[in-house]
Design a protein around this ligand. Structure first.
Ligand code: NDP
Ligand code: GDR
Length: 344
């Protein structure tokens, strides 16, 4: 039986990836860090908590000795490094912590692999945030990087260290440059889930207005469940490499808001510009959306659109869920949750 470590099991991708690997017959070690209250709602939602081949291991990515023990005790064949301080907004407030977790954390694992088990394959969760300021579109594996946040900079360091361990020590280190991927398991601090949860609340009369920052930002949003399949495929390839996973479609935050309201049969009309912009209910004229500059970032990534051609060609990976389907799925899930008072 193959075995895999998934760091960041309490996050969106961790839960979906663990579910996928268990289905494929793996023994899965899912790592979580000690917190004062448990945070296992996602692994509960995907229904793997009591799976006989699933084990939760306490682990902190910032601790090298903990990383060495993890690789030593599990003797895993594959490590998927999904753990990170992953919220771009917070990285401006906590740049050092972000560097330690999101940047150095990956190197702790790479070092542990080099020292203890160099045959262990390593997946690094890299990101389209590394492209940052638009250099060219669509972005591919060859597009120059220009990160625009402490998070993007930390991820770029981890990406290059993965490439460096591949080239210096022959470690099977794959780097997946994944564009935004969302799902009902997305954290509510990220814009799509914040929108779908708020739209659900507005439709149920539990909230009046949705407040957002930059409505003009354009993102390439895919479905997380499909992206974790791509991660697995990268570690089954003949050689380690870097791959973009994306949908090759980009939409503004404003478009996503309109789509989400459409899913509950509300049409939005947009008025005004920048800080004065509002989204009104076409029928009643009521304000449903307004801009609050507190959600703006010191530096923004304006436009992301990825070209996944290499992943399609070499891994046979391609996305199938449209943004309309994804948004509908997330709104429906949030309507159900809000009806029963679910609070994550
Ligand atoms: P989440 O924010 O949902 O999950 C992050 C996970 O990292 C959580 O389980 C968190 O644990 C864990 N973590 C944070 N700090 C530490 C630490 N010091 N030690 C151990 N674990 C830690 O992220 P996603 O699931 O959305 O993303 C997975 C990975 O992919 C991340 O690295 C992210 O940066 C990257 N990525 C995500 C994309 C996306 O669109 N979702 C796109 C491209 C890359 P806790 O619950 O305790 O906070
Ligand atoms: P992102 O995702 O920064 O792309 O990082 P997020 O959903 O946080 O922001 C997307 C865009 O929406 C704009 N925005 C807002 N964002 C949030 N969170 N809240 C708001 O109220 C709001 N209003 C407008 C943002 O300015 C931004 O332009 C995600 C994370 O999952 C990273 O870990 C991952 O690497 C990248 O996607 C790819």
């Amino acid at each position: 039986m193959k075995s895999a470590i998934v760091t960041g099991i309490t996050g969106q991708d961790g839960a979906y990836l663990a579910e996928l690997l268990l289905k494929k017959g793996y023994k899965v070690y899912g790592t979580f860090r000690r917190t004062s209250s448990v945070n296992f709602w996602r692994v509960e939602e995907v229904g793997i908590v009591n799976h006989p081949n699933f084990e939760m291991v306490e682990y902190d990515l910032t601790d090298l000795s903990s990383s060495i023990r993890l690789i030593e005790s599990t003797k895993a064949d594959e490590v998927y490094n999904l753990a990170a301080q992953s919220f771009v907004g917070v990285s401006f407030e906590q740049p050092v912590t972000t560097a330690e977790i999101t940047g150095i954390g990956a190197v702790n694992l790479l070092e542990a692999i080099r020292i203890v088990n160099p045959k262990c394959r390593f997946y690094q969760a890299s990101t389209s945030e590394m492209f940052g300021k638009v250099q060219s579109i669509p972005q591919t594996e060859d597009t120059p990087f220009y990160p625009r946040s402490p998070y993007g900079v930390a991820k770029l360091y981890a990406h290059w260290m993965t490439v460096n361990y591949r080239e210096s020590y022959g470690i099977f280190g794959a780097s997946g440059i994944l564009f935004n991927h969302e799902s009902p398991l997305r954290g509510r601090e990220f814009v799509t889930r914040k929108i779908t949860d708020s739209v659900a609340k507005i439709s149920l009369g539990k909230l009046d207005v949705l407040e957002l920052g930059n409505l003009d930002a354009k993102r390439d949003w895919g479905y997380a469940k499909e992206y974790v399949e791509g991660m697995w495929r990268m570690l089954q390839a003949d050689k380690p490499d870097t791959y973009v996973l994306a949908t090759n479609r980009t939409e503004t935050v404003r478009d996503f808001v309109s789509l989400a309201f459409k899913a509950v049969d509300i049409e939005v009309a947009w008025q005004g510009k920048d800080e004065q912009e509002v989204g009104l209910c076409k029928k009643s004229g009521k304000t449903l959306v307004q801009v609050n500059p507190k959600f703006y970032r010191p530096a923004e990534v304006d436009l992301l659109i990825g070209d996944p051609a290499k992943a399609k060609r070499e891994l046979g990976w391609e996305p199938n869920t449209t943004l309309e389907q994804l948004c509908q799925m997330m709104v429906e899930s949030d309507v159900k949750r809000n009806k029963i008072g679910f609070s994550f």
